[in-house]
Design a protein around this ligand. Structure first.
Ligand code: ADP
Ligand code: MG
Length: 364
């Protein structure tokens, strides 16, 4: 187990700045997820921890020690990739044993460790097979097994599940998390999949254009996204963003967009920060309710909504609504009566709304 620290880390490839002054502390035994769109610098960050990529400026510390001069092979780190990188000519046993053999571990100990880990990952019956005889999911287990037998002090995962189908991804996600509880080794896990991030991370660092825009627990990221980028990246279906205007009237504040006027309660979490002017309001689809299933009894929050498009998810519906000229996406449970082009009444739960700066997208 080890802690990892990024101290003012920047990285450029030629003139292209890929990482911009990153500061990050990954705790000993933590499961930290790095998430962000393609090209934001996730893999580069992992490769720098492993020592496979130089740092342009700043320092990386592992267990409080600068590692600039520590060779990758001496860092005691195991990496698991999307493409399993197994040796095709070796058996599964040999693939798993390879790293231990290099370290001159005794045959008896290798046997014991490989068998133990194979059992843990339920691949003990494939040990004599070659990688090509295995399915994608089984190969990924072997790649995991090969990393585990080495008992590294850090595991790095670079989108390890993105080649697997949805069902297998879900299974492996749970297994990797269980492995973490069992081994308690520090794990840094890169993904662009928000479900993986939310379900697996102790903390999640959301990256954009080479910067960490928010580092938080999954629940905090979901409940308090600090900017529009995070708000749109985490949550499915995506949060609604409505541009409009705050109007201060007497002692009241309203949000107005097209024909909608929404009263903002003085207990709203941002009430004191809202001044007259243009803003973007964020509202998650689950915070628009069917009036028949809502306990909010307030005519000012109730609106006529026309259903324009419906996506049936079985247990719920994603409804594309039009409310007084504003397009909104809502998520309703299956008991809601919905029909294309028909009107219904919805409640907009303003207490759950967010207000963002119209230009910077930062939470006001
Ligand atoms: P991510 O893993 O988040 O998709 P990467 O860390 O792989 O992103 O890459 C970040 C940026 O750095 C991308 O624009 C990519 O093209 C660039 N990049 C990565 N590796 C190299 C390299 N060896 N040479 C030049 N550019 C690179
Ligand atoms: Mg990558």
């Amino acid at each position: 187990m080890a802690s990892i620290q990024f101290e003012n880390i920047s990285k450029s490839f030629g003139d292209t700045k890929v990482l911009k002054n990153i500061n990050l502390e990954i705790k000993e035994g933590e499961f930290l997820v790095l998430i962000g769109p393609s090209g934001c610098g996730k893999s580069t960050s992992l490769r720098m921890i492993a020592g496979l990529e130089n740092v342009t400026s700043g320092e990386i510390l592992i267990d409080g020690k600068y590692v600039k001069d520590v060779d990758p092979s001496k860092r005691d780190i195991a990496m698991v990739f999307q493409n399993y990188a197994l040796y095709p000519h070796m058996s599964i046993f040999e693939n798993m044993a390879f790293g231990l053999k290099l370290r001159k571990v005794s045959k008896q100990e290798i046997n014991q460790k490989v068998n133990e880990v194979a059992k843990l990952l339920k691949i003990e019956s494939y040990l004599d097979k070659k990688p090509k005889e295995l399915s994608g999911g089984q190969r990924q287990r072997v790649a995991l097994g090969r990393a585990i037998v080495r008992e590294p002090k850090i595991f790095l995962f670079d989108e390890p599940l993105s080649n697997l189908d949805a069902k297998l991804r879900q299974e492996m996600r749970v297994e990797i998390k269980k492995l973490h509880s069992l081994l308690k080794t520090t794990m840094v896990y890169v993904t662009h999949d928000q479900t993986e991030a939310l379900t697996m991370g102790d903390r999640i660092a959301v990256m954009k254009d080479g910067e960490i825009v928010q580092l938080d627990s999954p629940q905090n990221l979901y409940d308090s996204p600090q900017n529009q980028f995070v708000a749109s990246f985490i949550g499915s279906p995506q949060m609604n963003f409505i541009s409009g205007e705050i109007i201060e009237l007497n002692n009241q504040k309203l949000f107005k967009a097209k024909e909608i006027e929404l009263l903002i309660d003085s207990r709203h979490h941002q009430f004191k920060k809202l001044n007259s002017g243009h803003v973007t309001m964020g509202l998650r689809p689950e915070h628009i309710y069917d009036q028949y299933f809502s306990e909010i009894e307030n005519d000012q929050s109730k609106f006529k909504a026309k259903t324009v498009f419906l996506e049936n998810l079985g247990a719920s519906f994603i409804a594309h609504l039009e409310v007084k000229g504003v397009s909104l996406v809502a998520q309703f449970n299956r008991n809601t009566k919905l029909e294309i082009d028909k009107d219904m009444k919805v409640i907009i739960d303003m207490m759950q709304s967010y207000f963002y700066d119209i230009k910077s997208g930062e939470l006001l």
